[in-house]
Ligand binder design. Structure first.
Ligand SMILES: Nc1ncnc2c1ncn2[C@@H]1O[C@H](COP(=O)(O)OP(=O)(O)OP(=O)(O)O)[C@@H](O)[C@H]1O
Length: 691
């Protein structure tokens, strides 16, 4: 306790402090210190503090000196993951196996991304992902660069994001510049894709699904196979999906770029990132808002323009050999497009002059927009192709689209979701200069669907029972259809084609000129068409080769044991005989095409077998007619029975008064009535079938 007491004593003396001179203050302080230091514990503490202060000051001064020296002799740089510079340096260091000295690794299994340090990987060569060693957060590595400069590299990881810091042991900053430049050049020349980027630091281009350029870009990406290095696919068997054809355009399975992932591709020496964004579905299940986002890893804006131009050019070129058909979804929107190989106009087999007429008319229409404007006539043209099924109506439109380089927008009025409103919207959404194809336009009208030659249905008293019209198969009304055909949206150089097998069911308002300007009937095959068809199936072909690959210039005879060659003149004779053997206007081209396809390499066998085929067709037709007749008779019997029963029930109900009695009477009457009506039905059916 001597210490504190001495201190108190000293303090008492300090009262001389109050208002006295500084000398007295110092004196008092020295006195106080002496008193304190006279205590060995205090003396020890003061010595300890004094020494510590000296050491710490030395350390701070030393560190300051080192950093001063560092900043004088070292050049530092840091690189953050997500920046391209990080990838340059990282790939460069990987390549130079800088991490070889590391003792701490992170092992990952990945084969999708190519790594420059692949030699470090355990490559099993079995197609299974390799184990790849990546340096983990580790001690700084010293790297002797170009045998002249020492560089310390440190890899850090923070919240899963890596960064690199570099210290170049040189006073000269240009060493760092050279190092970065070399890493960049190495990276650029290697096949390393750039990192996927989430933010827009470069030029980007967004092509919306609703825009025409969407098709260009998508088509370009598929056809050029330029996304072949991508590693995320969805495998689809659907033809109409946006898919990659890879090398084989006929393959059934297509590689569809995975949506909402960023794919990197190298295009004309530039790295690009492409992302397919799938649209969202609204409450009606309609998809919209999809896009292709293209981001260019270059500061040269012109490259994006070049890319779009290349896509457009490719699309235009490809369209020359293809026809695009746009189809609707179940909600009345243009949903997808399918492309088909173009059909040559010359392959159409039509009575002479018909093809030429349609083609010339359409061409003339497209070329005379100015005239229409000048004359104040809406620039639209409607064509109605009508006639038997399988006679070439759709084929004509398809071939015409190819010939004129137009796309087809196909609407089936019977499709679900197509009503007046959606039809109007679809028409509004079609581009100018295209072919709008409305197939089976008759399905918008009530029809009887039965044989028009059918005899009237009679009841037991010989009265005609009116037939109930079969309701239309479409939700589109005549007014709605006329509206659409007359709408302003239809005045943009559009060719509207409508097809029907039943022109007699169409309202005259629909087919009047102005709506349907050109009506062309398609009939069953005439003798002229049959001959043409045979010629088309078995052309005299100078390039034709035999089984051994020898050019033979014509077909071999199948009937002659010596396998004689068939000359052009023999083929012409066969064609003529074939045309004569088939009754004119009896079969459709589609039917005959089916037959000829079974003999596609043997014209003589085709001719030899045609008689038997016709007989078979006739027999089949008789059987079908008989089945139809029976079905009609059954339907007639049922309808007549229903009518009789209804009539008798209303007669009984009208004549009876008491409820209970009425029921009983009714029951008997019905029974009697039904017996009676059965007899009546029999009579009706027999009358109808002419028995
Ligand atoms: N006049 C024709 N010229 C060339 N090929 C034809 C002709 N008619 C039919 N075909 C062939 O028959 C098949 C069916 O033809 P298409 O679909 O054009 O007939 P359609 O009249 O439109 O029939 P539908 O009324 O049933 O729709 C096609 O494969 C087509 O190649």
């Amino acid at each position: 306790m001597s210490g504190p007491r001495a201190l108190i004593r000293a303090l008492r003396r300090v009262k001389i402090l109050s208002g006295r001179s500084w000398k007295q203050v110092i004196k008092a302080f020295v006195l106080l210190l002496r008193q304190a230091l006279s205590n060995p514990q205090v003396a020890e503490l003061v010595r300890f503090i004094f020494l510590g202060t000296i050491v710490e000051t030395g350390r701070v001064a030393g560190a300051k000196m080192v950093s001063l020296v560092n900043s004088f002799f070292l050049v530092k740089a840091s690189f953050k993951q997500g920046e391209m510079s990080y990838d340059w340096v990282s790939a460069y260091l990987d390549h130079h196996k800088v991490w070889n000295q590391s003792r701490t690794f992170r092992v990952i299994a990945r084969n999708a991304e190519r790594m420059a340090n692949r030699d470090l990987a355990l490559n099993g060569g079995d197609g299974y992902p390799d184990a790849i060693y990546e340096p983990s957060v580790s001690e700084p590595e010293l790297f002797h660069w170009r045998g002249r400069h020492w560089i310390t590299i440190n890899k850090h990881e923070n919240d899963g994001a890596s960064s690199l810091s570099l210290q170049v042991w040189s006073r000269n900053r240009s060493v760092l510049d050279e190092f970065i430049q070399e890493a960049r050049t190495f990276y650029k020349s290697s096949a390393q894709p750039p990192p996927r980027i989430d933010y827009d630091w470069s030029q980007s281009l967004v092509v919306g699904q609703a825009d025409f350029s969407y098709d260009w870009v998508l088509d370009y990406l598929q056809s050029e196979n330029i996304m072949a290095d991508a590693n995320e696919f969805t495998v689809s068997t659907k033809q109409n999906d946006a898919g990659w054809n890879r090398d084989d355009p006929n393959q059934m399975v297509r590689y569809v770029p995975s949506s909402n992932t960023k794919q990197r591709l190298r295009w004309r020496g530039h790295w690009m990132q492409v992302e397919m964004v799938i649209g969202y579905e609204d409450s009606n299940g309609r998809t919209s808002g999809g896009s292709i986002n293209v981001m260019l890893h270059s500061c040269n804006r012109d490259v994006l323009g070049e890319f779009i131009e290349a896509a457009r050019e490719h699309y235009t070129q490809a369209s020359i050999s293809r026809v695009t058909v746009h189809l609707t979804d179940n909600y009345g929107s243009w949903a997808r497009a399918v492309t088909k190989n173009r059909r040559a106009f010359s392959t159409l087999i039509l009575p002479s002059g018909v093809k030429e007429l349609i083609l010339a008319d359409a061409k003339e229409f497209l070329a005379s927009e100015e005239w229409y404007t000048f004359a104040g006539v809406p620039h639209r043209r409607g064509y109605l192709l009508y006639g038997e099924p399988g006679t070439g109506k759709s084929s004509t439109i398809h071939a015409l689209a190819g010939e004129l380089g137009l796309e087809i927008y196909f609407i089936s009025l019977a499709a679900p979701g197509i009503d007046d409103y959606t039809l109007g919207r679809l028409i509004r959404d079609t581009p100018p200069r295209c072919i709008l194809l409305i197939e089976d336009i008759d399905c918008a009208f009530p029809s009887r669907d039965e044989d028009p030659d059918e005899e009237p249905l009679l009841d037991s008293r010989g009265n005609i029972i009116p037939r109930e019209p079969i309701p239309p198969r479409s939700q589109v009304t005549l007014a709605g259809l006329l509206n659409v055909l007359d709408s302003v949206a239809s005045e943009e150089g559009r060719l509207t084609f409508a097809t029907t097998n039943h022109i007699e069911q169409l309202d005259p308002a629909l087919i009047r000129p102005g709506r349907m300007d050109l009506k062309i009937q398609y009939g069953l095959a005439t003798t002229e068409q049959l001959e043409q068809m045979f010629d088309r199936f078995y052309p005299y072909n100078p390039d034709l080769a035999d089984d051994a690959g020898q050019a033979i210039g014509c077909y071999y005879s199948s009937t002659s044991p010596a396998r004689e060659r068939l000359s052009a003149s023999v083929l012409a004779v066969l064609a003529r005989e074939f045309a004569m053997a088939v009754p004119a206007n009896r079969f459709s081209i589609a039917q005959l095409q089916g037959y000829l396809l079974t003999w596609k390499n043997d014209p003589q066998a085709a001719l030899a077998g045609i008689g038997a085929w016709i007989e078979r067709q006739q027999k089949e037709k008789q059987e079908i007619d008989e089945m139809k007749r029976r079905r009609r008779a059954e339907a007639a019997r049922r309808r007549a029975a229903e009518r009789e029963a209804e009539r008798e029930m209303s007669a009984v109900a009208g004549g009876s008064a008491g409820a209970v009695g009425a029921v009983e009477t009714n029951g008997v009457a019905v029974e009697t009535g039904s017996q009676h009506s059965n007899g009546a039905v029999q009579e009706t059916v027999e009358a109808e079938l002419g028995m």
